[in-house]
Design a protein around this ligand. Sequence first.
Ligand SMILES: [Zn+2]
Length: 226
Amino acid sequence: MLKRILSLILIFLSLGQESVRQMEDQLSLGGNLFLVNKEYMIGADYVPDDLVMPDVKKSSSAVLMRKEAAQALEEMFAAAKEEKITLVAVSGYRSYQTQRAIYNRRRKAAGKAHVERFVAVPGASEHQLGLAMDVSRSKTAGLKASFGKTKEGIWLAENCYRFGFILRYRQEWEDVTGYGYEPWHIRYVGKEHALRIRELDVPLEEYVEALRLAGQEYRQNEEGNP
Ligand SMILES: [Zn+2]
């Protein structure tokens, strides 16, 4: 992991100070790279101010996303449809309170060991950012690991980067992301970052960490050379 981060830092530094600074803006709350996980939690009162309902096939009427991400989702679902792939949006924005209700219900039903790997405690879910979406292949198929082996799941994994999304929870990254394999959960980061994250094949945690360190490196150099 350290080796991956070091090579990532070098890649960011090769892009130049101006690009790194612009990308760093995306790390703050409201930015497309804002990191939420068990370590970096989000406040109970954060609600994005540009939530809209994407015009896509949904499993319920209450699926919301931030505007830019919703547009990207619409583009992606339309592109999938052209290739005879049906995708269904199951769960997008979730408030802190909704996440708490889900967490409590799943903990009661499935137990502590399960929720630790698959259900975020309130404040630790990136669904609260309005930038995440759980995707299924039909309104009733639910969210299962087997989705990753279906033609829809394979299409999603191979194509989501073209629309600015990344597959957030891969099996081999569980020790970094803190969550088990979720082939249905995509996170919007914007096209530029999604493409780079795909090429580098790294979890968002490492990408964000390397970007922060590259930014720090530039600031330290500035301080050393006024
Ligand atoms: Zn999810």
